[in-house]
Design a protein around this ligand. Structure first.
Ligand code: PLP
Length: 360
């Protein structure tokens, strides 16, 4: 077996143990003589797996009982549009903090259907820093405050949730969910597409305080309505069963690893090792303001940029793959989600040091 060391930003590397488990039960799941993909989502076996996945996620994140957990579709992007439709009424404005591509996209989608107020925009720092809190133009009447906890493309992460008073906090955690413990109580809603740190693409996890579910305005078709999905246990229609099953395997794997406190330790160590290698190299650079450097996505540049293709080619030869930065940013980006091992990061750091020595 030849697994590469995969730094893809998403869909991203998954834990090898979990892939092997899914492989071993693919054609005959639980002695049923069928795969999990070939049975009804309303079958006893699937319902049990789906409920176990939710229970494990609740345990991992310590989700209080007054929050619903939904397993929906459409990617995080669909929820950029569904959040304003469900959490605000047509005459209500919402606050958006823009810190990079994803939060900007979220604000634009919302702006099509509702009044959006951008409380601050990091454009002047080229999104390498978060605008100072004291300059945010907060609206205490806002339906909610939306931000992106980790900007996957630029590698800018807000390591603690912002304090926005009584306005419900809504966080896009697509690329940082489960990387560390969070205090769910601080949020009105957390949502995340699965393909960064959970499982295959095709499923989105929403953690929503129950009183906010009641806001869904009348006149919204049930299929677009969070409260209708909650009432049906996310089975208003056929859910993405394989992705849900697979997410459940990842949650069980996280529990076996020691839970989110343990993942946080590991993720912080991995990130610090990589940033230290960049900062001390005198060769590579990471442009993000230090307090906001992401634990999950680490962009870096080579001097001049002329050697980018050569770096990628040699990295590929060393078994280090998907290091090319996002097309809007250039340079390199190493995504080091939960499933990236510490040995994988060490291999990258060693390769980078060697490359710098030969080309610096
Ligand atoms: C990947 C990503 C998205 C978009 O996810 P889709 O599944 O493609 O809709 C949104 N927000 C963040 C932070 C992401 O990393």
């Amino acid at each position: 077996m030849a697994r590469v060391i995969n730094f893809s930003a998403g869909p991203a590397v998954l834990p090898l143990d979990v892939l092997q488990q899914a492989q071993s039960e693919l054609v005959d799941w639980q002695g049923l003589g069928m795969s999990v993909m070939e049975i009804s989502h309303r079958s006893k076996a699937f319902i049990k797996a789906a409920e176990q996945a939710e229970a494990d996620l609740r345990e991992l994140m310590q989700i209080p009982d007054d929050y619903s957990v939904l397993f929906l579709q459409g990617g995080a992007t669909t929820h950029f549009a569904l959040i304003p439709m469900n959490l605000s009424s047509p005459d209500q404005a919402s606050d958006y903090l823009v810190t990079g591509s994803w939060s900007k996209k979220a604000s634009k989608e919302a702006g099509v259907i509702r009044k959006v107020s951008v409380v601050a925009d990091g454009a002047s720092s080229n999104y390498m820093d978060v605008p100072e809190r004291k300059n945010w133009k907060l609206n205490s009447e806002a339906a909610y405050f939306h931000y992106c906890a980790n900007e996957t493309i630029s590698g800018l992460e807000m390591h603690a949730p912002p304090d926005v008073g009584a306005v419900p906090l809504v966080a896009d955690m697509s690329s940082t969910i489960l990387s560390r413990p969070v205090d769910v109580r601080k949020f009105g809603m957390i949502y995340a597409g699965a393909q960064k740190n959970i499982g295959p693409s095709g499923i989105v996890i929403l953690i929503v305080r129950k009183d906010l579910l009641e806001r869904s305005p009348a006149g919204l078709p049930p299929i677009l309505k969070y409260s209708a999905h909650a009432a049906e246990g996310s089975m208003l229609n056929t859910p993405p069963t394989f992705a849900w099953y697979f997410a459940g395997l990842v949650f069980a794997w996280l529990k076996r690893q020691g839970g989110l406190a343990r993942m946080a330790e590991l993720n912080q160590r991995k990130a610090e090792r990589l940033y230290r290698a960049i900062d001390e190299s005198g060769y590579y650079k990471n442009p993000v303001a230090k307090p906001y450097r992401s634990w999950m996505n680490v962009p870096f540049t080579l001097p001049g940029g002329g050697l980018d293709a050569e770096f990628l080619k040699q990295a590929e030869r060393a078994g280090l793959t998907n290091l090319k930065g996002h097309r809007s940013v250039g340079g390199m980006r190493a995504s080091i989600y939960n499933a990236m091992t510490e040995d994988g990061v060490i291999a990258l750091v060693d390769f980078m040091a060697d490359f710098a020595k030969r080309h610096g």
